[in-house]
Design a protein around this ligand. Structure first.
Ligand code: 13P
Ligand code: SF4
Length: 327
């Protein structure tokens, strides 16, 4: 097949009919070996993608893995900023994203031109950006962080140094509370974590009085106030394994439940209800990836993440600083 790159860009993925009798698990494994490729997957991916991945993790673990990986090709089953991060720190590798349209509402809520204006207003502030942002924002950032190392990174900065924190206002407000640092916050948010219904969560807790509420810090403050534990996806997963409690209400994207149930099959996990008619809460961007798209992406080595070298170099510094502090 001759690939039409413009068409791939428009569709976001290689759009080719696949023989329905094909064993996609076996084909993906075969292609991975042939091309010396590794498949990295975030916890928010569908269960079958998590099961076929070479490495599953939260944002920090995935970037640590991408930095040390020994492969020619990285297929990133996650969203655009994650694949971009892998390309920034592993520029000689081919980084593929099964669907280029797998974006992130939080990253989109921080346009580079507007962020540059905020920086101009606070020239003496150091910039800490949550990894859920574009390469352009990372290039304007001093230190990147994730939800699992943000506190550590803030504590590593001298107390008198003023800070801008971008782009998540909920994580930022939570960190101000935890660290006592007064930071200037960018007003961005994640559509998945802001949609939880406090009212429904409170009712669910009343109906399941033994259940503990586990919440991601991207949730709004009112939901976090109800939580028994607040942490990154890895933090939540670990807590559910180590705590004696047998029932958990989980306020983050539903993909994480797969690893929780695998690790603790005897425990009960209830997804926290969103503010609409659905019972669970999927990230529409994360869920654009499918086994079919992963197969085609490996087969044709498209769509590929390509970055402007000037931006990549600047962004690399802020990620490497994070990785150094997180060691
Ligand atoms: P972590 O996996 O770092 O907790 O991040 C969650 C998230 O929203 C990724 O998009
Ligand atoms: Fe972005 Fe939220 Fe989806 Fe994570 S869950 S990729 S922060 S929209």
């Amino acid at each position: 097949m001759i690939l039409d790159f413009e068409k791939i860009k428009e569709a976001g993925f290689v759009n080719e009919a696949i023989d329905p009798t094909l064993d996609l698990f076996a084909e993906i494994e075969k292609l991975k070996k042939e091309k010396n490729a590794v498949l990295l997957a975030h916890f928010y991916q569908d269960a079958d993608i998590q099961d076929i991945a070479d490495f599953i993790g939260d944002s920090l673990q995935l970037s640590q893995e991408a930095a040390k990986i020994n492969a020619d090709v990285i297929v990133f089953a996650g969203v655009h900023f994650m694949a971009e991060t892998a390309k920034i720190i592993s520029p000689t590798k081919k980084v593929l994203l099964p669907d280029l349209h797998a974006g992130c509402s939080l990253a989109d809520s921080c346009p580079p031109n507007l962020f540059a204006k905020l920086k101009e207003k606070y020239p003496d502030h150091l910039v800490i950006s949550y990894i859920n942002c574009s390469a352009e924002i990372k290039a304007m950032t001093d230190i990147v962080c994730t939800s699992s190392n943000a506190e550590k990174i803030i504590h590593s900065i001298p107390k008198e140094q003023k800070i801008i924190f971008a782009p998540d206002r909920n994580l930022g407000a939570y960190l101000i509370k935890k660290t006592g640092r007064d930071m200037v916050l960018w007003n961005g948010a994640c559509m998945v974590h802001e949609i939880f219904s406090l009212e429904k969560i409170i009712k669910l807790k009343e109906r399941n009085p033994k259940a503990k509420l586990l919440a991601h810090p991207e949730c709004e403050a009112a939901v976090l106030e109800q939580a028994d534990f607040i942490g990154s996806t890895t933090g939540i997963l670990k807590y559910s394994q180590e705590d004696n409690c047998q029932e958990f209400i989980v306020a983050t994207e539903t993909g994480i439940l797969h690893q929780m149930m695998k690790a603790s099959p005897q425990k009960t996990f209830i997804p926290a209800p969103p503010n609409n008619n659905c019972a669970c809460n999927d990230c529409p961007h994360m869920k654009l990836n499918t086994l079919e798209k992963i197969y085609l992406c490996l087969k044709y080595e498209q769509p590929e993440i390509i970055l402007d070298e000037n931006i990549r170099k600047k962004a690399e510094g802020s990620i490497l600083r994070m990785l150094e502090i997180s060691k």
